[in-house]
Design a protein around this ligand. Structure first.
Ligand code: G4P
Length: 538
């Protein structure tokens, strides 16, 4: 495939219709293992999109210079990204919506929700490390959602795997076909640049001051390379490798990409701004625009239908300066206009959308309108929960967002009896936000049970209970490690078995919890008729 890296104005931005606006949107997330360079890449994408004037700073209206996603105290202290940001910027006439995903595996549940709002994901790999543990976990989440992936091999300025070795590694580990969009000239660490896969253009790598400004690339068209290639074994080798790959069934195939079977691969260095433009061009030219969405009843909602949106994240007290609760919506169809009224499909009740914000890190600006693919934050819409559909016009509900089966469990005890009410309200709030899942054990023990995919979620919950709700708690570890959803009709079987424990969520979800895979097997053998569902739907 050939990507033109001249950032053409691909779209006529004068087109005001919903269909045209939707066609310009690219809504994507980045999935990676910590340290692969996601923060660096995000900054560079914003730099090229004109949203940052200088890497390392955010063009904040008030002149503050903060990292865009640095929201929570815990984040700052531990240096991990816990919360999700949505960033919007324009490039080549397209509007790109980048939804940030948490970097830690304990928050892969959040990633699942983010991916429900994205049309595509960028899989970011470290040139030396390839597919790492967290990449694999997030990849599985992306695959379960069936969204297409664009692969960016980062840190090519440093020693790493041979490019053919990298392709082989990704294909074997993930079962994906890799189709190069750019191909490196010179090994990782002795990186000279990339060939665009039309074979015509060599883009030469040059180092700027830590990539603080654009540049870092010099384009040489075919003729200019003649002399270079003759005396440049690395260039010759790269050209041969590319031909080999194309002949071997890795040519670009849009259908296989859309089906999530084939991933375009680019090489570069986010730190040195190399390959950023190629990546943006690839997103604009091949990533899917928002399209028809399937609805819960098996119907379809086209982008030009009246307004509809999916709530994929709810977060309270996101910014200590505004103590409030924000529901993040992904617009799926129609035009959102400030002040419009919509209905919540779950409750049938109206929701006033008077205060919708576009969020950029800690900065908010009130938006007047938004189109399919855009992410908006609705302030203080207290009865909007994750997975809710809001709509105007003909009713619609999108399928529920699946949640991952929890693997960690604790009972939670309130240390201060005088704050009993706050304790219960706070737990419900954290459950609604999906920070942890809140269950009741229906045995004699009345202490609420918290369930999580990763133990760090408990740390976030405890911290937020104390910091935001003034509730101090003690957690007691429960020795359960697996859970499966069961039908309420099978509750008695789960309760009676010596291998399982039953816990029930506020929304009626029944989970059977097990100590070990062995216990799960034993239960299965005893109760062959009981269906055990691995993905628990909210
Ligand atoms: P993350 O969000 O995925 O966790 O990664 P982040 O961007 O924070 O990058 C992790 C480290 O990798 C940083 O170094 C960053 O500078 C470096 N890095 C990112 N992209 C590249 C690249 O293309 N080439 C090279 N050589 N390094 C890259 P650090 O030492 O942890 O921080 P810093 O002191 O450099 O800021």
């Amino acid at each position: 495939m050939s990507i033109s890296s001249t950032a053409p104005e691909l779209f006529d931005s004068a087109g005001e219709g919903v269909v045209q606006e939707a066609a310009r949107r690219r809504t994507f997330a980045i999935i990676s293992h910590p340290d692969a360079g996601k923060t660096t890449l995000t900054e560079k994408l914003l730099l090229y999109g004109g949203a940052l004037t200088e890497a390392g700073s955010v063009k904040a209206r008030s002149g503050r210079r903060e990292v865009a996603s640095d929201w929570m105290e815990l984040e700052r202290r531990r240096g991990i990204s816990v919360t999700s940001t949505a960033l919007r910027f324009e490039y080549g006439g397209a509007v790109l919506n980048l939804i940030d995903t948490p970097g830690h595996r304990d928050f892969s549940e959040d990633t699942l929700r983010v991916l429900a709002a994205a049309d595509c994901a960028v899989m970011l790999l470290d040139a030396a490390r390839g597919v790492e543990e967290q990449t694999l976990k997030l990849f599985q989440v992306a695959r379960a959602r069936g969204i297409p992936l664009v692969t960016f091999v980062n840190k090519y300025d440093r020693p790493g795997m041979e490019p053919l070795g990298m392709i082989d590694h990704v294909e074997r580990t993930l079962g994906l076909v890799c189709s190069p969009v750019t191909w490196p000239v010179g090994r990782a660490g002795a990186f000279e640049g990339v060939l665009e896969t039309d074979g015509e253009t060599l883009v030469r790598f040059t180092r700027t001051t830590r990539g603080a400004s654009r540049a870092g690339e010099e384009r040489l068209e075919a003729q200019a390379q003649e002399g270079l290639a003759a005396g440049d074994p690395a260039g010759e080798a790269a050209r041969e490798e590319l031909e080999l790959l194309e002949a071997d069934g890795r040519a670009w195939d849009a259908e296989r990409f859309a089906a999530g079977e084939l991933t375009p691969v680019l090489f570069g260095s986010a730190l040195w701004n190399f390959g950023i433009q190629h990546l943006l061009d690839a997103l604009v030219q091949i990533a899917p625009a928002p399209g028809v969405r399937e609805t819960a009843g098996g119907g379809r909602r086209p982008v030009d239908a009246p307004f509809s949106a999916l709530a994929f994240k709810v977060q309270a007290n996101m910014d200590p300066r505004h103590r409030d609760r924000i529901a993040f919506l992904r617009v799926c169809s129609g035009r959102f206009e400030r002040g419009m009224r919509a209905t919540n499909a779950r409750t049938g009740r109206p929701v006033a959308l008077a205060y919708a914000h576009e969020l950029f890190g800690q900065d908010r600006s009130t938006i007047q309108d938004a189109y399919p693919g855009d992410i908006i934050g609705i302030v203080n819409a207290s009865d909007v929960l994750v997975g809710d559909t809001l709509y105007a016009g003909p009713p619609v509900a999108f399928p529920p967002i699946p949640s991952l089966a929890p693997e960690h469990f604790v009972t939670v005890h309130n240390r201060d009896p005088a704050r009993r009410k706050q304790f219960h309200r706070a737990l419900e709030q954290l459950d609604h936000e999906g920070v942890v899942q809140l269950f009741r054990r229906d045995a004699a023990d009345p202490a609420p049970v918290l369930a999580a995919v990763g133990p760090l979620q408990f740390e976030v919950a405890t911290e937020r209970l104390a910091g935001e709700f003034g509730v101090n708690v003690r957690l007691e570890h429960l020795d359960w490690h697996l859970a499966r959803r069961v039908a309420p009709a099978d509750a008695d079987a789960v309760r009676a078995s010596r291998w399982s424990e039953l816990i029930v969520r506020g929304d009626g979800t029944h989970l059977a919890a097990f100590r070990t895979p062995y216990a799960l097997d034993q239960f299965r053998q005893d109760h062959r008729h009981v269906e055990l569902d691995e993905m628990a739907v909210r």
